[in-house]
Design a protein around this ligand. Structure first.
Ligand SMILES: Cc1ncc(COP(=O)(O)O)c(C=O)c1O
Length: 373
């Protein structure tokens, strides 16, 4: 097989300051990828040159303001929207909670003592396949405002792919208020997330100070400001990726396919041993995230055995989606401990995947140590 030519650019794997230089194979990009060297540099530069408040007119403060605005401009380029449609927050969990607190529903729902009959109440349709950060705020909102909650549990076996499930014929026919994912690029800066919403925002009350501009999403949901230092990372990430046809983006996409192919083929070759959630097809919408379980094995035990004999970082559990992993996939009952997740980023190589396959083969050639699987 032709070896993928990855443009490593600011990720020199041998540089002593690169996190990739350590003796660790990172197969957990769904939880967060390693940071670019340019990101670390940008954050350090902020502390050295512009670590001041945004409002003043002296030179360092003007630099700070310009850098802050540059982050919004870069994110807007990447998300194909205007800067005023973006808010940054410390986590997806926080951003969605903020949106849920700001959303304005029919006043009739608002009065706890005079709750309207159920047929008149606004309704929230929740999908159980989501990360809990996108479920808990809406359940709390429904509780506060006496809204009806309807659960949509997709029926297809490929429920791990949001794209697949939105095409699911069992999806509710009523409109789904789609929030643009605050988690778009898995190549992400430090723990900092953009949220984009379509403007204007007539159904959003402002959580901000009364004198902040309610015509911008930041004014409404930003609660003063995002982390100045972490925002410095955003232009570095967007510059690295370039547009959809930028060389790093194309190399990353090609690498994603190259590393997924052998791993999916390996799992697909032993259907009696591996159950793969989301299927083993390598289609264009496939994200580089593979979730599976091993017949006769606890997921935790597989990961622990892999760690005993290698430097490969993979994970087990429910990944903050216990409704999906438990109620839908049935992997949290009777002592089961969830699924195994292997996720790739553009700096992973086919050689690393082959190493994982060799290690899994060796680990799973032992007798299964538990019947919890
Ligand atoms: C799909 C998805 N949504 C939401 C989250 C929650 O992110 P945060 O830790 O930023 O709240 C994660 C975390 O990994 C995630 O994978």
């Amino acid at each position: 097989m032709e070896k993928t030519q990855l443009v490593f650019g600011p990720y020199p794997p041998s540089a002593p300051t690169s996190s990739l230089a350590q003796d660790q194979i990172f197969f957990d990009s769904a939880g967060g990828s390693q940071a670019l060297g340019a990101v670390a540099d940008a954050i350090a530069t902020h502390f050295l040159a512009s670590n001041v408040q945004l409002g003043p007119t002296y030179a360092a403060a003007r630099r700070a303001r310009a850098n802050y605005d540059a982050a919004f401009a870069a994110a807007a380029r990447f998300l194909n929207c205007r800067p005023d449609q973006i808010v940054f927050g410390p986590s997806t969990t926080q951003l969605l909670r903020n949106v849920s607190h700001a959303l304005d529903f029919d006043d009739a729902n608002d009065d706890a003592d005079d709750a309207p009959s159920s047929s008149k109440r606004d309704e929230i349709i929740l999908s159980a396949i989501d990360h809990e950060s996108n479920i808990a705020p809406w359940l709390a909102l429904a509780h506060r405002l006496h809204l009806r909650v309807t659960w949509w549990n997709p029926t297809t076996s490929s429920s791990s792919s949001l794209l697949t499930t939105l095409a699911d014929p069992s999806a509710p026919a009523t409109g789904i208020a789609a929030l643009v994912s605050p988690h778009p690029p898995r190549l992400r800066p430090p723990h900092l997330h953009p949220l984009r919403l379509p403007a204007p925002f007539p159904r959003l009350r402002s959580l901000g100070h009364f004198f902040h501009d309610p015509a911008t999403l930041e004014g409404k949901l930003g609660l003063a400001a995002a982390s100045y230092e972490l925002l410095q990372a955003v232009p570095a990430v967007v510059d690295y990726l370039g547009g959809p046809d930028g060389p790093h983006r194309r190399a990353a996409d090609a690498n994603q396919t190259a590393v997924l192919r052998p791993f999916l083929a390996y799992l697909a070759a032993s259907p009696d041993k591996f159950t793969v959630y989301g299927g083993t097809d390598l289609h264009p919408a496939r994200l580089p995230v593979v979730s599976f379980s091993v017949a006769g094995w606890s997921s935790r035990r597989v990961v622990e055995e892999v760690e005993k004999v290698s430097n490969i970082g993979i994970r087990w559990g429910h990944f903050y989606a216990p409704r999906l992993v438990g109620e839908i996939l049935g992997r949290l009952e009777d002592g089961l401990d969830g699924i195994i997740r292997v996720s790739f980023a553009h700096y992973n190589s086919v050689e690393e995947v082959e190493r994982l396959i060799t290690v899994l083969d060796s680990v799973l050639s032992q007798p299964a140590p538990t019947s919890n699987a």
